[in-house]
Design a protein around this ligand. Structure first.
Ligand code: NAD
Ligand code: WQD
Length: 333
């Protein structure tokens, strides 16, 4: 199938591109490079030994998207393009609504103009907000706690309305939990610019000596060791989940929300210990106060993904840490 990946040079999209290309799909990548580098494309071509078309552009450019859809005979879209920093979304909500919501409207217009109706959307567990119960299932109330989460919920609702308006639409909103890890080649992985906000890339930079020590945001939560717990999922599992969603939409119309997680929460301390084992390096750390807006713990029910997509995550926390260390030492040092 000819599949367009918006945000195609980004972290999750690049891993998904590998999985799709290696399964015989033709992928076309579209990205404005606001949070990624063009050099990723050469690495994707090296991994897959295939030519991967790349178009530099903004998803808000409806005309360019429409042209790409026609020229590359696109049959399905995976919409990764968007901004993802919670803190930045609180400081500049307009930027987030413009990129994430307006960007999706533009994509939908381009799709509609070309009679294209198969769409996988990068949603997030952040749509659930403060847990009323755990694990979150897909029926849990949706109450995002910040503008970033609001943009994800608004897009989900918009896509739901669009699928109600026309039964031909096939939409999967994939609610990712905490994606981490890298491709086994070590050629692609998560490479945030500046000081990372997220735990795994921060830990990797402490292990490699690029940052002096990790601050652990609180050890007084009501969790197994007092530190925050999350449902970390290997990006290669996540990538395979996208291919399963594309296959699912071949056979099913309508709107579907599906959690992509492992169903297993791990604490900050477990991740740090796992990374020390994978890297053979000590991770200097100190306990500091809780980070405002952090939840103590959340994780996914994974039955819906298993039932609808026939997919479940396979890779362990150790494999996540090992793959990040491999990427860090091969590509980042
Ligand atoms: P990423 O920043 O690596 O990838 C997003 C890509 O989109 C980047 O390459 C960026 O340059 C591009 N982009 C942003 N705005 C654009 C625009 N207007 N036009 C064209 N391209 C644009 O992030 P990622 O971690 O790969 O996330 C991919 C998607 O998954 C995002 O929508 C994100 O919100 C969502 N998501 C990510 C996580 C996570 O923790 N990484 C969790 C849940 C959901
Ligand atoms: C994980 C744990 C921190 C950094 C974010 C977004 C969410 C989603 C995924 C997109 C927490 C602790 C972290 C550090 C620490 N993104 N931590 N020291 O906050 O669960 O989720 O990314 O949709 O919307 O909010 O991920 O990796 O930042 O934090 O102790 O330097 O690590 O307190 O318990 P989070 P994270």
């Amino acid at each position: 199938m000819n599949i367009l990946l918006t945000g195609g040079a980004g972290y999750i999209a690049s891993h998904t591109a590998v999985v799709l290309a290696q399964a015989g799909h033709q992928v076309t990548l579209f990205d404005n490079l606001s949070n990624s580098q063009k050099s990723v494309i050469a690495n994707l071509e090296a991994i897959t030994a295939k030519t991967i078309p790349f178009i530099e552009g903004d998803v808000r450019d409806t005309q360019l998207l429409s042209q790409v859809i026609t020229e590359h005979h696109i049959e399905a879209v995976i919409h990764f393009a968007g901004l993802k920093s919670v803190a930045q979304s609180v400081e500049d909500p307009i930027l987030y609504y413009a990129n994430n919501v307006q960007g999706t409207i533009s994509l939908l217009e381009a799709m509609q103009a070309n009679g294209l109706n198969k769409l996988v959307f990068s949603s997030s567990a952040t749509v659930y907000g403060d847990p009323e119960y755990l694990p979150y299932d897909e029926h849990h109330p949706l109450k995002p706690m910040n503008p970033y989460g609001q943009t994800k919920l608004q897009v989900e609702e918009m896509l739901h309305d669009v699928s109600r308006s026309n039964a031909d639409w096939r939409v999967a909103c994939l609610r990712y939990f905490n994606p981490v890890g890298a491709h086994p080649s070590g050629l692609i992985g998560e490479n945030p610019s500046g000081i990372p906000n997220n735990l795994m890339p921060y830990v990797a930079r402490v292990a490699s000596g690029h940052l002096p020590e990790l601050s652990i945001f609180g050890n007084d939560y009501d969790t197994k060791d007092g530190t925050g717990e999350r449902d970390y999922i290997h990006v290669m599992d996540l990538a395979e989940g996208h291919m399963a969603a594309i296959d699912f939409l071949e056979k099913h119309s309508g709107w579907h929300a599906i959690n992509l997680g492992t169903g297993q929460p791990h604490s900050v301390m477990e991740l740090v210990t796992g990374f020390e084992k994978a890297s053979g390096k000590a991770i200097p750390r100190k306990i500091v106060g809780r980070r405002p807006g952090d939840l103590p713990v959340y994780f996914a029910t994974v039955d819906q993904a298993q039932k609808l997509l026939g997919w479940s995550a396979k890779r362990s926390l150790d494999e996540m840490c090992e793959s990040v260390w491999n990427f860090q030492t091969k590509s980042m040092s």
